[in-house]
Design a protein around this ligand. Structure first.
Ligand code: CA
Length: 338
């Protein structure tokens, strides 16, 4: 009896260590807290910082090339307005889908900015890499996969990719099947099974279902799928009792906004963990919330520091991984728990 108990305690400790070791850090748009988002430089930095997965947002160009860009427009993160001043649509926005890859290669990528009330460019996060300095470009998905696979070869590590299909309905409306193109690119680079180091993500459940039911079987691919969840009103059924169960027929995990994991109105000593993580886990779904940032105003009032925020989400709420612009901080935090 005594021996059995010892063994159980040992097994429990082993299991706890293993489950801890499995918690992952996803570099959100690369090490985007330090270098302009979705540049190869930001991805190399995230890789060097020890992220487990590196994220790509993917949109399509006029000539059907896949580029890594967060928005379907080029406005916020390039100098498109200076290089092609007459190419905006009626809404004043410059859509990547209206430009060829060759044209996009003539743009300079930069730290993200917005146009302020005086009509001036003002960078989104004041403490980050200075807008408009040095020289960066918008990479293709292929270039980025080759960067990460190249680093995997030269370092001997096996760091994963985490591509998001951006606004698939918009792309379909423009006559482009971006999902099939992304899945074919994954296949070309050897990402074909759930054992391969890739999570494919989208906010659009109809598209996720289509990928699972039609595109994967057609292409002979079956990689891990993540349903992103922003506004709970988008898909109220996901928050019903059987919502995660239904989702698990197609998805392997969810990527919720972190306010859906710990309620943003939580206070110190009164942390409100929602039922989302336990519901997801009960249906076999992994949980990778977004986006954890250290910038001023980005740490919710219920946490005293970024590390406390990570502690609460990784270990109180028990998420399996998280998206952060500051992957070094999350890697160091998880290392400190080993
Ligand atoms: Ca994304």
């Amino acid at each position: 009896m005594y021996k059995l108990r010892l063994l159980s305690a040992f097994l429990l400790a082993t299991l706890a260590t293993e489950s801890m070791a499995q918690k992952i850090v996803i570099a959100h748009r690369g090490a985007s807290g330090y270098l302009p988002e979705h540049t190869l430089e930001a991805k190399a930095m995230a890789y060097a910082m020890g992220a487990d997965y590196i994220e790509q947002d993917v949109v399509m160009t006029a000539d059907d090339q896949l580029i890594v860009l967060h928005d379907i427009t080029l406005d916020r993160t390039t100098n498109v307005d200076e290089v092609f001043p007459n190419r905006a649509r009626d809404d004043g926005r410059y859509y990547a889908i209206d430009f060829t890859l060759e044209e996009i290669r003539r743009l300079t990528a930069t730290e993200g900015f917005r146009i302020n009330e005086n009509g001036e460019k003002q960078q989104g996060y004041a403490n980050r890499f200075p807008m408009g300095t040095s020289t960066f470009s918008v990479p293709t998905l292929q270039e980025e996969i080759e960067l990460i696979q190249g680093l995997n070869k030269s370092t001997g590590k096996d760091i994963g990719i985490y591509p998001e299909i951006k606004q698939p309905a918009f792309h379909r409306n423009e006559g482009k099947d971006i999902s099939t193109a992304v899945v074919r690119m994954l296949k070309e680079y050897g990402y074909t099974t759930k054992q391969d180091k890739v999570f494919l993500q989208t906010f659009d459940f109809d598209e996720l279902w289509k990928i699972h039911e039609e595109i994967f079987p057609a292409e002979g691919v079956d990689v891990n799928l993540i349903q992103l969840i922003g506004d709970p009103d988008d898909y109220p059924w996901m928050f019903e009792d059987d919502g995660m169960k239904k989702l698990s027929f197609a998805a392997d995990g969810i990527g919720p906004s972190h306010g859906l994991v710990i309620d943003r109105s939580s206070k110190k000593g009164d942390i409100m963990v929602t039922g989302l993580v336990s519901a997801a886990h009960a249906s076999g779904l992994q949980v990778h919330p977004y986006t954890y940032r250290t910038d001023p105003g980005q740490i919710p009032g219920y946490a005293d520091s970024f590390e406390e925020l990570l502690e609460l989400h990784y270990f109180l709420a028990d998420v399996d991984g998280l998206f952060t612009d500051f992957p070094d901080r999350a890697v160091n935090f998880l290392d400190s728990k080993d």
